[in-house]
Every structure is written in C-alpha cells, then in structure tokens.
Write a protein that binds this ligand. Structure first.
Ligand SMILES: [Zn+2]
Length: 231
C-alpha cells in the first residue's frame, strides 16, 4: 500500500473542503454529507479495546506506534456527540498515537466561554489555528513556512453538516486563524465508504496537518498505518 502521497503531484485537489468552483464543491459536499449521515451500525454488545476503541477481535493496537509520537503541536479535537458512537471512528486511533498532553478531545455541540474557559483561552491565543476549509482559510503549507510555527490546532470531528454547525454556531471557533489542507492526497480509509476519496477521516486530516506543521513525513505514515487494517 502506497503511503505518504502528500509528496507527489500538483496539489490540485483540495482535501476535505470546497473546490475553488463553488458548485462542484457543494455537490461533492452534499454527496459526502448524505453518506455520512446514513444510519451506522452501533457496537452495543461487542467488547471493545479500551485503547484503540475497536472491537477486541479486530484490535489495532499491535499496529499503533509503540511509543507516542514526539510532536510539539497540540491538537484539540472537537467531536460532535454523534461521532463518538460511530463504529468507523478514527479519533481513538489518533489519541493512541499521540502523547496525552498533545491531543485533547472535547465532545459537544456548543462551547461557551463560561463552560470552557481553557478552550476559550486556546482560541484567543494568536498561535492557535482551526482546520476548517473555506474561502477565508489559508493553506496550512503556507503557514508552516513562517518562521514561528503555530503550536495549537483545533480540528472538528463530524460529518460536513455537523462540522459546519459547530464551526458557525460557536463564536469561539472563529477567533483562531482558519486553515485548510490543500493537497492531492487521497484517503486510504474512506475510499471504501465514501463516493469521493478526497474526504479524509479525522485521523488522516490530523496526520496530514501534523506532518506539515512538524515537517516530518513519518508522522503520517505512523498514524495512518492502522487504516490499512480497517475493514
Ligand atoms: Zn486496541
């Protein structure tokens, strides 16, 4: 399985975001959103591995990095509550790959300054980025070229419509600098479950973002290695 596709090609395809021409992007987004919103199988009875979140029979821990990856960027994953119960969720794998102090998961739809003072402080910090594609977003590759790289990134985990709802209805999330991934990488993971392979799983988005910010291609390989074994 070929990995590290980030290095090749012309970066023409925009990942997990609207294409420059709005009509096409909207169509793509709608088809993605529709699929994500299909009812998903829930694992109510199968015992799950506490680390990777997979059913024990298909535990992916042997394929995860032995030691947490050394990164200087801290990720805040904002997870829609519906995403937590999906079978094909990838955030537990991401959490298992990173040191506990570098990956924080907050579950919810609304994040007020009163209830989430720590998150509010993070959002107000000028070195924080939020990964959410759109016309206002800067390509992460450009940010990473700056002498002092930002140290915190917020990523929203959910379907397109869930992420849109979270982004636009929480004013805190419009404080950080908005960035997007612009690359021709294809998803290894969602290729089987989505009509377009330009929609990346949250694990892949995070791994690509970390690879760019940390300037270390092995991050993506190590984080996404487990996706080869998902089925
Ligand atoms: Zn496991």
């Amino acid at each position: 399985m070929e990995r590290g596709a980030l290095a090749g090609g012309s970066a023409a395809a925009e990942v997990a975001g609207p294409a420059p021409t709005a009509a096409l992007a909207e169509e793509e987004r709608e088809s993605c959103a529709g699929l994500w919103e299909l009812p998903v199988e829930r694992c109510e009875r199968r015992p799950e591995c506490g680390r990777c979140g997979r059913p024990q029979k298909v535990c992916l821990c042997p394929f995860l990095p032995v030691h947490p990856l050394k990164v200087s960027t801290c990720l805040y994953i904002i997870q829609h509550p519906a995403e937590e119960s999906r079978v094909l969720r990838t955030v537990p794998l991401l959490v298992a790959c990173l040191p506990p102090d570098k990956c924080k998961v907050l579950i919810g739809r609304r994040f007020s300054e009163d209830r989430y003072p720590e998150l509010a402080a993070v959002c107000r910090n000028p070195s924080t980025l939020i990964l959410y594609p759109g016309a206002e977003a800067t390509n992460l590759e450009e940010i990473a070229l700056m002498p002092s790289s930002p140290s915190v990134m917020i990523i929203i985990d959910g379907t397109w419509s869930q992420a849109k709802d979270i982004f636009y209805k929480n004013s805190l999330f419009r404080l950080p600098k908005q960035v997007q991934l612009k690359t021709n990488i294809s998803s290894q993971y969602v290729i089987r479950t989505q009509p377009t392979n330009t929609c990346l799983s949250t694990l892949e988005c995070a791994a690509v973002a970390l690879t760019i910010m940390e300037k270390n291609k092995s991050i993506q390989e190590q984080c996404c290695f487990t996706l080869d074994f998902q089925g």
